[in-house]
Design a protein around this ligand. Structure first.
Ligand SMILES: [Ca+2]
Ligand SMILES: [Ca+2]
Length: 356
């Protein structure tokens, strides 16, 4: 449960307080589904803004005693060469996609109770209609120290929150063209990829790229602890989630490329926003991926299982965010795995793309 910081609308039904019940989405209650929007490739085959990753063989998984069970066993993986975005997809890039396609993100659509209840324990009552409105999960830090096992204390289901209004209807992204886009679901990220003629990275591609050509390294930059030396990533410094010392210069999101790149020239592979991968999440997947001769270009398991929330199918995300520190998730480690339902958008989750 500790790592399951994000799990979409399910979460409000279980626990989340709604502190904006009387606000309505300015985007309206559209019920348009992603599949009803025809996304066409924009025709741009250039590699502008992307980095060539040579491919190779590496040991994937746990590197230190902070590793959680799902990072074991460390196992041999080979990935073919690919291209990957040098930074997280930005608001400006996502805006261009929406402008070109008319795409409407998950958070801008009215949730479908028939779909939601499939992800809940049988018999879960339907939530109040006031909660089944276009909305997204917004980080709302408490003023006092709280029990880190209860993430409902720092997440709020906020009607009207979406990629253009990341903290709710009264917020916007003016002047933040070069910030990572947030409040985007896995479905939204895949729609963007389709338009861009790209794909989401597999979990193996992501980790290979994050390691930056180093071997058995804990972080994208090597093994020096994140809090030592000069700031290396946008993380949470201080006592999570109520005290943020901003030692790295940023309380919340940072513009992309605010910190030094890793050995492959990739920015923010640690911190800023978590990044969606294409794979389903299974806590035990590495046990089946662990083959004597290694495994080539793994694409993840055929289905999802998270023992913490067994009714919810989840996709993998990687790299940690501005909300990560050692007391909570240490998500900036290259081996750290996160799991999130594909219909969820949050304040600390974005993506970058690959082309193969
Ligand atoms: Ca920070
Ligand atoms: Ca990142």
């Amino acid at each position: 449960m500790l790592l399951s910081a994000t799990c979409g609308i399910i979460f409000i039904i279980a626990a989340c307080s709604n502190n904006n019940q009387n606000k309505t989405s300015e985007e309206g209650d559209t019920a348009v589904k992603a599949s009803e929007i025809d996304i066409q490739f924009n025709g741009d085959t250039s590699s502008t803004g992307m980095v060539y990753i040579p491919g190779g063989t590496f040991m994937m998984g746990a590197d230190n005693d902070q590793a959680s069970e799902d990072e074991y066993p460390k196992h041999k993986v080979t990935v073919s060469p690919f291209w990957i975005d040098e930074h997280e997809v930005t608001n400006a890039q996502f805006a261009a996609f929406v402008e070109a396609t008319g795409y409407i993100t998950t958070a801008e659509r009215k949730p479908d109770w028939e779909e939601i209840k499939k992800q809940l324990p049988p018999g879960t009552p339907k939530p109040d209609d006031s909660k089944l409105v276009p909305a997204s999960l917004v980080f709302t830090p408490p003023s006092e120290a709280v029990d880190l096992n209860n993430y409902a204390q720092w997440w709020a289901w906020v009607p009207g929150a979406n990629w253009k209004h990341p903290e709710g209807p009264d917020s916007d992204i003016k002047g933040k063209d070069n910030y990572p886009v947030i409040q985007v679901s896995w479905d939204d990220a895949m729609a963007y990829c389709k338009w861009a003629g790209k794909d989401l990275p597999t979990e193996a591609e992501w980790e290979f790229a994050a390691r930056g050509g180093l071997t058995n390294n804990i972080y994208p930059w090597g093994n020096e602890h994140i809090s030592k030396g000069k700031p290396k990533a946008n993380s949470w410094e201080g006592h999570f989630p109520n005290v943020n010392t901003k030692k790295d210069g940023f309380e919340g999101l940072a513009p992309v490329k605010s910190f030094a790149p890793n050995g492959y020239g990739l920015y923010d592979m640690a911190g800023n926003v978590w990044e969606w991968c294409s794979d389903w999440y299974r806590n035990d997947y590495y046990q089946t991926a662990n083959q004597p001769n290694g495994i080539n270009n793994p694409k993840g398991p055929a289905d999802s299982h998270d023992p913490d929330e067994p009714y919810i199918a989840k996709k993998v995300s990687r790299g940690g965010s501005f909300m990560c520190n050692d007391s909570y998730c240490s998500g900036y480690r290259v081996a750290r795995r996160m799991k999130t339902s594909p219909d969820s958008g949050t304040s600390n989750l974005g993506f970058r793309c690959v082309r193969r």
